[in-house]
Design a protein around this ligand. Structure first.
Ligand code: IDC
Length: 365
């Protein structure tokens, strides 16, 4: 398989990094390693021997888009389409199940919104999907709109690497200001809505509002996206996107719409899977755009037993998911500790995702 390697590394930096022997995924130096390959190459685990070979100056070959994305989830499945209670690949007509990571609130974790971290998540974590969480206040206004170019860096690199990218309006009060969401999503749909990679998540987690309120918001925002794109739109539901049963009873008007169910394994157990089962039985498709292996506050112990139960349920129902989150805050949901060294959670989640994605059908096609 064709291997394209673009490396801009100084020998001195390599020596320092190999001596360092940390698990920091992306070197925080001005000399960045950029590895683009169809095979999995671990930036972190690069040995001195590999480094010596690969420092033989960049072989920056010109590539076509098709070459770059060949053998990727998006090249294989194409656009993800809602079909009854399933999400299927437009190219394959078969159910699609992709697994990956969610970035953290963009306003509080800008340093991770980079192409290098997308590469890291694809190459080291074997992610098939990444989620940008654009941090929005409860009044529906962004905390910090200087995040927008960084989010676009992530979107562009996801496209480059052939993985799916969810653009999440990460708010608990988006319905208070649909105009703000309309303006953002219309612009992004125009710019990126023709790429099969892109999925629009218009409302992370409504809290104590009625489903009718959320539905009314969705029916304002979705038509703005539809001016430019027929790509999948994902809608949240009341009580932190747990009330998918109400959504299933009165779905949003429109085509190609899925609903998100969020769980945190330490807190949410069988009763929430029962909600999911009822929603699926009523005919709506689900995508777990955010889940945690810890408690719902983003902290506490990793609950591996409960996580396994959740994954068994998602395996059975072909449900796609993104783990919370790519960040180094001192809380157990973060995959990194200080200096972007993998946390215990990070090691666990990396294995879990890799295990789920290593035999994905797109890898053999
Ligand atoms: C949490 C972060 C935490 C931050 C808080 C702010 O982990 O550091 O202080 O947001 O509101 C969600 C949300 C997600 C939460 C996460 C954990 O979508 O924003 O992140 N969580 O509480 N839903 C359920 C859990």
């Amino acid at each position: 398989m064709k291997r394209i390697i673009t490396i801009l590394v100084m020998c001195a930096v390599l020596t320092a990094c190999s001596a360092d022997n940390t698990e920091s995924p992306v070197m925080q130096t001005s000399e960045q390693v950029t590895v683009t390959t169809a095979e999995t190459i671990s930036v972190t685990e690069t040995t001195t021997e590999q480094q010596t070979t690969e420092t033989e100056e960049a072989t920056a070959e010109e590539t076509t888009e098709a070459e770059t994305t060949a053998g990727t989830p998006v090249a294989y499945y194409g656009e993800i389409i809602a079909d009854g209670n399933k999400l299927v690949g437009k190219n394959t007509g078969e159910p699609v199940r992709v697994t990956g990571m969610s970035f953290f609130w963009s306003n509080w974790s800008q340093k991770y919104y980079t192409a290098d971290y997308v590469d890291y998540l694809v190459d080291d974590y074997n992610c098939e999907v990444v989620r940008c969480s654009y941090g929005i206040q409860d009044n529906g206004v962004p905390y910090d709109d200087t995040c927008e170019p960084l989010i676009e860096d992530v979107i562009n690199q996801a496209i480059e690497r052939g993985v799916y990218v969810i653009i999440d309006w990460h708010s608990h009060g988006a319905h208070n200001n649909p105009d703000e969401a309309v303006a953002y999503f219309e612009q992004l749909a125009e710019k990126y809505g023709s790429y099969d990679n892109v999925i629009f998540e218009i409302y992370n987690e409504p809290t104590q509002v009625s489903w009718e309120t959320v539905k009314a918001y969705a029916e304002i925002v979705i038509p703005a996206i539809r001016k430019h794109s027929d790509n999948l739109v994902i809608v949240g539901s009341p009580t932190w996107s747990q009330d998918v049963v109400s959504a299933a009873g009165n779905p949003v008007e429109g085509e190609n719409i899925a609903y998100t169910l969020h769980f945190y394994a330490g807190t949410h157990k069988q009763w929430l899977r029962d909600n999911g089962d009822k929603a699926l039985a009523a005919g709506i498709p689900l995508f777990v755009t955010e889940w945690g292996s810890v408690n719902a506050d983003g902290n506490g112990n990793i609950d591996k037993a409960s996580t396994e139960e959740w994954f068994a349920w998602m395996d059975k129902n072909n449900i796609s998911s993104c783990n919370w989150s790519v960040n180094d805050k001192d809380e157990t949901s973060s995959i990194f500790k200080k200096d972007s060294i993998l946390s215990e959670t990070g090691k666990y989640i990396k294995e879990l995702i890799s295990e789920r994605t290593k035999d994905s059908p797109w890898r053999n096609n």
